[in-house]
Design a protein around this ligand. Structure first.
Ligand SMILES: Cc1cc2nc3c(=O)[nH]c(=O)nc-3n(C[C@H](O)[C@H](O)[C@H](O)COP(=O)(O)OP(=O)(O)OC[C@H]3O[C@@H](n4cnc5c(N)ncnc54)[C@H](O)[C@@H]3O)c2cc1C
Length: 404
């Protein structure tokens, strides 16, 4: 059986960041990736996706995008190339095309079954992603005659049959896909749940900058009751604040949370106004906090009072639609941008909660030698994002090195 000190599972950004820091600390390690480096950026995202944060921010500290304007948003293919370049830069010991099928505790650490043989390791780091298994709520039966797919399977408007599209979920993925389809001339309905909606930039500064100075990237816990609140933000088209009213004024039909389906009719909760108001409140709170920060720190940033002016409520918000007859509205496809579940079926060590989330303290499992990196809120809000995972990986590598 092959032996390695530390085995990292997954070669997305989290696995690469781990390799970077383990290498720096001279910890012997191997990274196994079942597909290719940054596979999810290649095949689990739509063609037109660009980073939500600008290139100066959505990167690791020790490699810049040499051909993307720092204030522009890197296309997803450029992000893939970035991570390939990064793997080369650090000389990461990665084996691609090797899946870890099972890992369990063994003498002195873990015994790991892979698609290419068995490996024994002292430390095991799971870097298998914050978004592992696409979730589609079981609302519309498969034989409804409507093409249904998760946002991870959506590529571009041309992939969908002719007709209207219902997008369910209005986080970053759902709102961007709905906007793309509307721009492509489709009739689009968008089911909007509770969301946060930060301004993409304000008073000349990017939202990622504001979240940084306001300490929000470092927030350690999800606000109680807001665990599932998604952030609607978009780097598309040079970066635009997601504005649902503006979508509706361009012809998109906004709906509340999708609740049921019967006989071709979909029903929606009467919560659209509340969800839009919640997003507005979050948006305005960010502006208020930014203004207070600028004032307290004597920053001479240009005023932007127009950022507080909203378009009037469109009819679909003022008088929400609670039932949508999909056939009458010619809805031929539904895209479920409804999030993800964990899938740690391969990991037979450690404890998991009711949602399948591993039990850990800042990425350190109660099982000695077992670690997690890249999970949402692993240590703070930034943990699942490109630049945030880098520091989490550094701390976990430090913990591993300290085990001696
Ligand atoms: C649509 C979308 C847009 C996003 N945009 C941004 C953005 O603009 N900026 C930003 O900072 N973040 C963004 N994110 C969040 C985050 O950066 C990505 O989700 C990123 O892919 C997470 O990287 P990761 O390495 O943690 O996980 P992943 O990219 O999911 O990588 C995990 C890897 O593990 C491999 N793997 C899994 N199981 C096994 C196994 N058993 N054996 C071997 N290999 C395995 C997978 O093949 C995969 O390559 C976005 C997320 C989504 C969904």
């Amino acid at each position: 059986m092959e032996t390695v000190d530390t085995l990292v599972v997954g070669a997305g950004q989290a696995g690469l960041a781990m390799s970077r820091h383990l290498g720096e600390l001279r910890v012997g390690h191997l990274v196994l990736e079942r597909d290719r480096i940054a596979e999810r950026w290649r095949t689990a995202r739509w063609d037109g996706l660009v980073a939500n944060g600008p290139a100066w921010h959505d990167r690791f500290p020790d490699l810049e995008f040499d051909d993307v304007d720092p204030f522009a948003f890197a296309p997803k293919d450029r992000i893939v190339r970035y991570f390939e370049d990064y793997a080369r830069q650090i000389g990461a010991p990665i084996r691609t095309g090797v899946a870890v099928t099972e890992a369990r505790q063994g003498p002195g650490g873990f015994e790991v079954e892979t698609s290419a043989g068995r490996i024994a390791c002292r430390n095991l780091v799971s870097a298998t992603g914050p978004f592992q298994r696409p979730l589609i709520p079981p609302l519309v039966p498969g034989d409804s005659g409507i093409v249904q797919m998760h946002s991870t399977a959506y590529r571009n408007p041309g992939q969908l049959p002719e007709g209207a599209v219902l997008v369910v979920g209005a986080g970053s993925s759902g709102s961007q896909i709905a906007d793309e389809l509307l721009r492509a001339g489709r009739r689009v309905f968008l089911s909007v749940g509770p969301h946060d909606r930060p301004p993409i930039r304000y008073r000349g500064k990017d939202f990622v900058w504001w979240l940084g100075v306001l300490g929000q990237w470092d927030a350690r816990a999800v606000r109680p009751g807001m665990e599932h609140v998604t952030i609607a933000v978009s780097g598309a088209l040079g970066g635009k604040t997601v504005d649902f009213r503006a979508f509706a004024h361009r012809g998109m039909g906004l709906l509340g949370r999708a609740e049921g389906y019967q006989g071709g009719v979909m029903t929606f909760a009467p919560d659209l106004q509340r969800n839009i108001a919640g997003g507005d409140a979050n948006y305005l709170a960010t502006l208020d906090a930014a203004d207070a920060y600028a004032k307290a720190n004597g920053l001479e940033l240009p005023e932007e009072p127009e950022a507080r002016v909203f378009p009037p409520d469109p009819t679909c918000v003022a008088d929400p639609i609670l039932r949508l007859d999909l056939k009458a509205e010619r809805v031929a496809s539904i895209i479920w941008a409804t999030g993800f579940a964990f899938d740690f079926g391969w990991l037979k060590a450690g404890r998991f909660d009711g949602r399948g989330a591993p039990v850990h303290d800042r990425g350190v499992s109660p099982v000695p030698g077992l670690y997690f990196v890249g999970l949402p809120w692993l240590t703070r809000r930034a943990s699942a994002f490109i630049w945030g995972v880098w520091t989490d990986a550094r701390d976990i590598a430090g913990h591993i090195a300290a085990r001696g």
